[in-house]
Design a protein around this ligand. Sequence first.
Ligand code: 13P
Length: 256
Amino acid sequence: MARERAKLVVGNWKMHGRIEQNAPLLTEVAAGASALQDVGVGVCVPFPYLAQTQALLADSIVRWGVQDISAHAQGAYTGEVAAEMATDFGATYAIVGHSERRAYHHETPELVGAKARRALDAGVTPIVCLGETLDERECDATERVIGAQLEAVLLMLSEEQAARIVIAYEPVWAIGTGKSATAAQAQNVHAFVRSKLAEKGATIAHVPLLYGGSVKPDNAQELFGQADIDGGLIGGASLKSQDFLAICQAAQTVLQ
Ligand code: 13P
């Protein structure tokens, strides 16, 4: 049963945070998360705050990660950060292929696949983001777009590797807009993604599928209650400990 999979809620801070404001946020999230059962919690922070995050979360159940990773292991790639550098600071996750990177940094589906593979090779779990624009949704291209983004990543991975990824469905039109996908819209795409994964292998079909895009305390429970939604990737609401913890609690509630 889909409902039996544990839930996972990960914050994506994006380019937010300062060392002084991070400290109470991380401490409060660590304290609040300690009361959860069967809900994994993570935060993906800007690179410069990895050391601070590691220091403050090391003794908690909360894991941490980064928001992007180089497709290369090392070398003359000015400004890039290698997956192993993130593991030096205990990172568990690397978001790859966020729509903001695809749009503003022209990341191709192939590059996103290469980043996912690199992360796995370094022992980091890639959170692979997929999502369609409003135009694509309105011309009924959602499944074609999501299917192609997913295929480009799976092509780069062995079955064993693919079974270790996390996927986040984030419709571009729902990100930062306050206009979440409805639970039914999100569930439809998640079911589609799950069916595509199942075609690749039984173990792959069970990777966590997160929903992202304007998840808030008041809509989280309905979204997380859908059969194929295993949790969320949370932007704006992850910057406020109370909101983020309320969303984590919603994940717990649907499991009970
Ligand atoms: P918001 O929750 O701010 O809409 O952002 C979602 C997102 O992009 C998470 O990666």
